[in-house]
Design a protein around this ligand. Structure first.
Ligand SMILES: Nc1ncnc2c1ncn2[C@@H]1O[C@H](COP(=O)(O)OP(=O)(O)OP(=O)(O)O)[C@@H](O)[C@H]1O
Length: 311
């Protein structure tokens, strides 16, 4: 769906991105992580044809982006940045409708889409006639996401979209993005240097350092098998096991046995949630249920510890 082949970009002789190759499958939520200045935003801007690669080739849906009209390309790709970039003299409704209008959608189609997107992102309808300055930062960010999704693009690029938010707004938007991605099957490329955010959202990750791709793959794969000390340090050696607890579901470690646990946890909950419940209830064993409440088995503290990995 998105392919970068040996892409390089230099600014004034210095490499921002160097020999970077990555294949992002349709429907993936690929998170680009790396320290500040490692080239993440530059990769995103090249995918969007906002800047041109010096070398290499980028393909979107199998087409070389150099063969596409950059304006049309950008209308077909949603783009969200940290500072939002809402048009200050346009109402929220007009901001959300910006790309559909450019695409010449009829008034009734634009209206129907706004209703849909407002419901999807749980935007308070009373905000629609207001102007961006009348909204809080978190509300503006939500509108920024709504605007990027309005024309229903199949590719969405997000550059630290939640970085400036308070923890609660951030957690809400992360959860909504996860749900939206799971439901819509859109291809999302998400840039962050917040490791917890990356691990929460990613189906795939690409770790960058000094303009180069250091490692890419599923998040468990990277956590369990970091290719070098840079990746190991970047994920925080000491916290590696805790991070794994966050992303491994109870389902993966439970056993089909019935010793008799009093407390219940969902099979899809994380091992960290299971451990948290054990600590809160001072118990070492939980009964595991599926979404319909059917009993699947049990998980105990030894099951969690036995799954630890050596570093
Ligand atoms: N328009 C530009 N002109 C000159 N140098 C640039 C430009 N854009 C990026 N760079 C340089 O390219 C390198 C990579 O920058 P980039 O913004 O892609 O990194 P990043 O990983 O997204 O960083 P951050 O996490 O801090 O946003 C940096 O050294 C940056 O200074």
């Amino acid at each position: 769906m998105i392919e970068l082949h040996s892409v390089s970009k230099h600014f004034g002789g210095a490499a921002a991105v160097e020999d970077f190759s990555l294949r992002i499958e349709a429907g993936a939520l690929c998170v680009l992580v790396g320290p500040s200045g490692s080239g993440k935003s530059t990769v995103l801007r090249m995918i969007n044809a906002m800047i041109e690669a010096d070398q290499g080739k980028i393909e979107l849906r199998g087409q070389d982006i150099r063969s596409l009209d950059p304006v049309l390309l950008r209308r077909g790709v949603g783009y969200v940045i940290q500072s939002v970039g809402l048009f200050p003299h346009w109402t929220i409704r007009e901001n959300i409708a910006a790309v559909p209008r450019l695409l010449d959608w009829s008034d009734s189609k634009v209206s129907a889409r706004i209703d849909e997107i407002v419901a999807l992102l749980q935007i308070e309808p009373s905000l629609l006639p207001r102007y961006p300055r009348q909204l809080s930062g978190g509300q503006q960010q939500r509108i920024g996401v709504a605007r990027a999704l309005a024309a229903d693009p199949d590719i969405i690029l997000m550059d630290e979209p939640f970085a400036a938010l308070d923890p609660l707004s951030r957690a809400n938007l992360q959860e909504e993005l996860r749900r939206l991605h799971a439901r819509s099957g859109k291809t999302i490329v998400f840039v962050t240097h917040d490791m917890d955010e990356a691990l929460l959202l990613a189906t795939n990750m690409a770790v960058m350092h000094k303009g180069r791709l250091v490692q890419s793959g599923a998040r468990e794969e990277i956590l369990l098998h970091p290719v070098n000390d840079f990746v190991r340090d970047f994920f925080g050696r000491e916290a590696m096991q805790f991070r794994l607890l966050d992303i491994v579901p109870v389902r993966a470690r439970m056993k089909r046995r019935w010793v008799g646990a009093a407390e219940t946890i969902a099979a899809g909950a994380s091992l960290k949630q299971a451990l948290n419940l054990m600590l809160a209830r001072r118990c070492a064993r939980l009964r595991v249920e599926d979404e319909s409440g059917a009993r699947l088995g049990e998980i105990d503290i030894a099951d969690i510890i036995a799954g630890g990995h050596e570093r």
